[in-house]
Design a protein around this ligand. Structure first.
Ligand code: ADP
Ligand code: MG
Length: 701
């Protein structure tokens, strides 16, 4: 009952329009709409990124370089000078001292007001300049007399965007705030939900966020732990959680084909695999099988560290679908990886009479037509491809299972698009998503709330952990010699060139140079090169040669980061390792340690190292455990990066921070369930307020 009466309040008062605000015309309203701000109330949810204290005037005699300050005084001197660029220098004094204001851009009108004798109050960052302390482009205004009243609140800094500068946005939000003082801003969290959380109600929280009173500690605000911030962070996380749960519910309402595998293809594949499944693989396989027997679509994420054997699990799921007379699509993020998957899956499936095809963007038109034809007729049973699989023109005969490898590289939208492929027939394909970016459980339950999660937490037997060393670039010759010894014992090596230049062109060049230098230093060995710019045929030929052991040292750009699997390659050297993130380093290192040989990873770095780079290299040296690495990555970089920027709206939170507010997540999950059960009418308004409608899933990348 509570729910419906609150919903009635929400609907009865139609929200004031943006144009109700004095000074907001159609053009500005349209610009705001593009930012997702549709009503006056939405403006209140544009939240400050940080704050400045402008409530006190500082005597100029006591200013410190590197701080933000408000000063006021009289203009002693104003002159136009030409030092490389035309600029206006204004000398402002207050009796205790003086400071220079420097303007590179200024109008004639500004020059008029910045005349000797005028009084100014200004704000900006104080720096040491050639003439003593100065502020470049201060915010300023003319005042009639020294000592006019100062603001009574801290000054919020909003996320300004193109065409909507800070000052304008701040004024708008503050005015909306004033206009709404007497109007209801519905608090969507019911009081019985809110009370045990001991968080403030919505209005005081918003009031505080937009106008924190004088005396509020900037440090506390920066820490994000103020109850008002926590309240809004909670609501924001809740809204995201609800939107993912809604997505899951929507999936559950769809129909899918139960995959009974009457021909027993899965058992046949299992019997023919060259190894026995690990306990973890077997468990995850049966979790998947249970899902696939239902007439609603599976939406399951398989998490597992690099090398744990996700491909075999995916192949068994594929076999169940194909054995049920249906088609399977497997999508991977790079051409290299799709080629490898197509190769190893064909090795497993060919003997069983299953037709595997490869579809990438770089197929020649003729072969593409042939492949597309085989997919449309159903003759192609397992289709491996890149995002070329999304093309509208591509028609499947009967797609019943979509497998997505290395999911963190794809957006939610892309997943949705592949899923749509089979809805024409009224049945939605089952979805299996695989990721090697393991993340802590509570975070996984937040980020992947739309999915069921399985974890492969065991490596195949006989693996020896990779030994990792961090070596300065100056000892490169020793490293080259080590590669030499290593390959003479019949092993192979990767030599990875991390991006060191902004330009891709230079990146490939660097890889080519490294390859040439290595070939010269190691005349007894065969050195190959693979990078993203090579024609696919050539790339495939090189990878093939490396897989067959015909190339000793494979020099590569980070294209080999995901998924490439050559067990005999048991050493990897990563050049400019300091440039790469933790997850990427772990992925690259995971190319080794796949056979039973002792493997090693050499991280070559160029001094000097930044704090961050030092911390990353230490972390990767100290542990091989993907979960531990993910935890440290989370600490170092924050959650947005870890989840992949396009992964979910969670990467662009307004107030919440998945790392800082991790302690809220459990409660958020519990409250989300309660909202769905007891207050279903508030779910949609909450999602609309924080997540937006449609936009997240509407577009296909
Ligand atoms: P990832 O989980 O990183 O995708 P892969 O599927 O590429 O890992 O598997 C890594 C390697 O381990 C492959 O060579 C694969 O054939 C092998 N493998 C997978 N499962 C097992 C197992 N149960 N026993 C032995 N080797 C296995
Ligand atoms: Mg893989």
């Amino acid at each position: 009952m509570k729910a419906s009466s609150a919903a009635a309040t929400v609907e009865r008062v139609s929200p004031p329009a943006l144009t109700d605000l004095h000074g907001v015309g159609d053009a500005l309203a349209a610009r705001l709409t593009r930012l997702g701000v549709h009503t006056l109330i939405d403006l209140l949810f544009v939240l400050p990124l940080r704050y400045q204290d402008r409530t006190r005037v500082q005597p100029m005699g006591a200013l410190l370089s590197g701080t933000h300050a408000v000063v006021e005084g009289e203009i002693l001197l104003s002159e136009l000078v030409f030092r490389r660029r035309r600029q206006l220098l204004v000398r402002l004094g207050d009796g205790s001292g003086s400071i220079t204001l420097r303007f590179f851009h200024f109008s004639q009108a500004q020059r008029e007001t910045l005349r000797r004798g005028s009084r100014l109050r200004c704000h900006g960052e104080v720096r040491r300049g050639p003439l003593g302390l100065e502020i470049v482009h201060p915010e300023y205004r003319n005042i009639a007399a020294i000592g006019e009243p100062l603001p009574q609140t801290l000054t919020p800094i909003y996320p300004s965007t193109d065409g909507l500068p800070q000052g304008r946005l701040r004024a708008l939000v503050q005015r909306a705030f004033g206009a709404l003082q007497r109007l209801p801003v519905p608090d969507l969290l019911p009081s019985d939900v809110l009370a045990p959380l001991q968080l403030p109600a919505l209005r005081p929280a918003l009031e505080f966020m937009h106008q924190p009173p004088v005396g509020t500690s900037l440090a506390e605000l920066a820490s994000g732990r103020h109850p008002a911030q926590r309240r809004l962070a909670f609501e924001e996380l809740l809204a995201h959680q609800l939107s993912l749960l809604e997505l899951r519910r929507a999936t559950r309402r769809e129909m899918a084909l139960p995959l009974t595998d009457t021909t027993g293809l899965q058992e046949a594949l299992l019997a023919s695999l060259p190894f026995r499944l690990t306990g973890a693989q077997a468990r995850v396989r049966s979790e998947i099988d249970t899902d696939l027997l239902l007439d609603q679509p599976m939406a399951r994420l398989v998490q597992g560290d690099v090398g744990c054997g996700k491909t075999a699990v995916a192949a068994l799921a594929a076999a169940r679908a194909i054995g049920s007379g249906q088609q399977v699509a497997l999508m991977a993020p790079t051409e290299l990886l799709t080629e490898q998957h197509a190769r190893s899956l064909a090795r497993w499936f060919d003997p069983l009479g299953v037709r595997v095809v490869l579809l990438t963007g770089s197929l020649a038109a003729r072969s593409r037509r042939n492949v597309a034809g085989a997919i449309a007729s159903g003759e192609a049973q397992l289709v491996v491809g890149t995002h070329a699989l999304f093309q509208n023109s591509l028609q499947f005969h009967s797609l019943a299972l979509a497998i997505i490898d290395e999911q963190h590289r794809f957006g939610v939208q892309q997943r949705m698009a592949l899923r749509e492929k089979a809805t024409a027939a009224g049945r939605m394909p089952h979805q299996l998503i695989m990721t090697a970016t393991p993340i802590p459980r509570t975070l996984a339950m937040t980020a992947y709330a739309d999915l069921d999660v399985s974890v492969i937490d065991e490596l195949p037997p006989g693996r020896t952990p990779v030994r990792t060393v961090v070596v300065s670039e100056e000892r490169r010759a020793e490293v080259v010699e080590r590669i030499h010894q290593h390959c003479r014992q019949g092993r192979q090596a990767y030599w990875v060139c991390a991006l060191i230049e902004e330009s891709e062109e230079l990146h490939y060049q660097a890889a080519e140079e490294s390859a040439a230098a290595l070939a010269e230093a190691l005349p007894q060995l065969r050195v190959g090169l693979v990078h993203g710019r090579m024609p696919p045929k050539q790339k495939e030929a090189v990878m093939h040669a490396f897989t067959r052991g015909e190339i000793h040292v494979l020099v590569a750009t980070t294209v080999i980061e995901v998924g490439v699997d050559v067990p005999n390659a048991s050493i990897i050297v990563i050049e400019n390792a300091e440039r790469l993130g933790l997850a990427q380093l772990h992925q690259l290192r995971g190319r080794t340690g796949r056979g039973s040989y002792e493997s090693s990873c050499v991280l070559l770095y160029r001094a000097p190292l930044s704090e961050m780079a030092r911390a990353r290299l230490a972390a990767i040296r100290e542990t091989n455990d993907g979960f531990e690495i993910a935890r440290r990555d989370l600490e170092l970089r924050g959650a947005g990066e870890l989840l992949g920027t396009r992964q979910t709206g969670l990467a662009q939170l307004r107030v919440a921070d998945l790392v800082r507010d991790a302690d809220l997540l459990k409660e958020v999950q519990a409250v989300a369930q309660r909202m769905l059960r007891d207050y279903p009418d508030r779910v949609a308004p909450l999602i609309a307020r924080w997540v937006g409608t449609g936009e997240r899933y509407g577009r296909v990348g």
